[in-house]
Design a protein around this ligand. Sequence first.
Ligand SMILES: [Zn+2]
Length: 347
Amino acid sequence: MSAATEFTGRALIGRELEDRSVRITVENGIIVSIEETHEAAHPWICPALFNAHTHLGDTVAMDIALQGRLSDTVTPPDGLKHRILRSMPEDALIAGMRASIRYMVQNGTGGFADFREGGVRGVDALRTAAAGLPGLHIIFGRDGGERVSEGLGVSSVRDVEDAESLAAEVKKSGKLLAFHAGEQDSNDVDGALAFEPDLLIHCTHATDRQLKECAGRGIPIAVCPRSNWIFGVSRSPDHPPIRRMLDYGCEVLIGTDNVMAVQPDMLQELAFISMVYRIQPQTLLRAGIQGSQVFGVPFFIEEGAEANFFVVSPEDSNLGFSHDPWASIVKRVNISNIRQNIIYPRD
Ligand SMILES: [Zn+2]
């Protein structure tokens, strides 16, 4: 990416995703200029998406038959997924995670925040899997993994006995603290909020008071609706309460959760949310990008920013008839419409 490269088209510019015909010049991975051009109807240029919650490790358990309750499957230490992860050779685990990261890179996703099981070794395995692949890789470790990653990802305050000392240690070291909270009911949300978290995952059943508290204290919430439906903790657009989160001013991020059950495909996630939760396309698309801002590298297309965007060819399909690129990106674009992925190389 050393020479200057130009991208001309209809781009979604800035935090407001303003639809403008522009020429974007990228030099050494940085957007050095954005100039107005004459009406360019295509291609569409959209900021890269950020997958704000994954469990890439369980790629190796993809589509195992899910039975029983959520806790029988994903709750540590002996949920089905954890038994499979433990029995898997390290190289298979790494190959699985790498394949999922590559899929995300090919599909307009410029980064992820992963909850990594397996302590220090688990974090090392993910770093090995991600080596040489572009993007912003945020890892929340556990069982000691938090000491060699960006922070601690707690499965739920009710699953750990020593949450207090763990949280204190993480805060002291200046690392990030994230909790699954409110996935099955609202009972573990207050416990998580008490530890001054940097991020909550799910809040599928959080109460209005809890949501207002998240909004007031600026604690982002990563929702993962397809996962909630697959694991049977949601059956209606009331859960997770995305509309109320937005109404209260919560910072809403989007994640795809367990790869064993859900493809780490942010475009599919956006399409599902758009259909079931009826969130306005521009607002929803921004939520799909916003995680990058939370983790310090905003993917919004602005002069001086790192180049993290994907180029869609609407003219190669019926998308050429679209009147609304925001709506069509959110509802219809899939990997086959993406011509190019420009993701800043970080290694
Ligand atoms: Zn999760």
